[in-house]
Design a protein around this ligand. Structure first.
Ligand SMILES: [Zn+2]
Length: 320
């Protein structure tokens, strides 16, 4: 092909793609509007009056909706029938956008959750809801544990169990090391020794840096979680090396504030919803509201979040 022909071909393809995106976006919007009408149509049995076998046939023939889509819409819309804020989200972003919150939102909190659903992608919202539930149920458990007597603090309730499969030799060595003491003390000692060893090999921060994280720093950071997301309780493989002070603000790769995160938790960080983000991750919790006056938000996160909640046409680089 000549250059001219190649260019013409490229323009044609781009045009087709743009049209498809445009039509698709409109099709989705109209399907969302149809879905919102279904409960009322079903309630008034309009499908029957118009000569259809059932609501499914009605929705399939008139709007191309599958049986699953109809069931899903009816089920979710039933749950939000007294929450106009969530209906509004469905109208704007579709049924999927409210799926993570339908069981947690109440009439009193619907506004809070609607805001979150508008600002976050579905995956990020799921991660947020998971943390939210954890913090709320944990709070209840701790309340019941904190009885007047301090003895209870050392009761078994405050320890968690970890099951491990070990080589019998290692098991024996560990048992010897524990000796007459307890596992918690031994593990603490081992951890401290390991952390001290890591600390000794810590590379110095790179200032006035380019975006690319130097291998030495990257390796050090990833060893700390063995390539896993550092968010408390998360076991997913990391996807981004997250700069807790935001690289664009500091132009620095600091091994202490460069944190490996999975996609959902990195998005949560850029949504400005991580409490104590500048401390080490074991102190992290989710926040209820984003601080929209902070420099991080104003200069960076606002734009990153906008990008994340928008349609992702291009892939980002893997540092954030
Ligand atoms: Zn994670």
């Amino acid at each position: 092909m000549t250059n001219v022909a190649q260019n013409t071909q490229k323009i044609l393809e781009k045009d087709l793609h743009q049209k498809f995106i445009f039509y698709g976006k409109n099709a989705k919007e109209w399907t969302r509007k149809c879905a919102l009408l279904l409960p009322e149509i079903n309630h008034l049995q309009i499908w029957k009056k118009k000569g259809f076998e059932n609501i499914y046939e009605y929705a399939r023939i008139l709007a191309g909706m599958s049986t699953n889509a109809v069931n899903d819409a009816l089920r979710i819309l039933k749950k939000v029938e007294n929450k106009p804020e969530l209906k509004w989200v469905i109208n704007k972003k579709g049924i999927n956008a409210v799926r993570p919150i339908v069981s947690i939102a109440t009439q009193e909190t619907a506004n809070f959750w609607a805001e979150k659903a508008m600002e976050m992608s579905k995956n990020t919202l799921e991660a947020y809801v998971k943390e939210f539930k954890k913090e709320h149920t944990e709070a209840k458990v701790t309340e019941s544990i904190f009885c007047p007597s301090t003895e209870n603090r050392h009761s078994q309730n405050l320890f968690s169990k970890l099951k491990m499969e070990l080589d019998p030799k290692i098991t024996d060595q560990l048992n010897k090391l524990k000796g007459q003491g307890n596992w918690n003390e031994l593990m603490q000692k081992l951890l401290q020794a390991y952390q001290a060893q890591l600390e000794a090999s810590k590379p110095i921060p790179q200032e006035n840096a380019k975006r690319y994280v130097p291998a030495k720093i990257k390796n050090y950071v990833l060893i700390k979680t063995n390539n896993t997301c550092a968010f408390p309780g998360c076991t997913k493989e990391y996807k981004y090396l997250h700069h807790t002070w935001r690289f664009a603000l500091t132009k620095t790769h600091d091994p202490d504030s460069l944190i490996p995160l999975c996609k959902a938790h990195e998005h949560l960080a850029h949504a400005g919803l991580i409490e104590n983000e500048n401390q080490s991750p074991e102190n992290w919790k989710i926040k209820l509201e984003t601080d929209k006056t902070s420099k991080k938000w104003q200069k960076i996160d606002k734009w990153v979040s906008k990008y994340y909640t928008g349609e992702q046409m291009e892939k980002r680089t893997n540092t954030g």
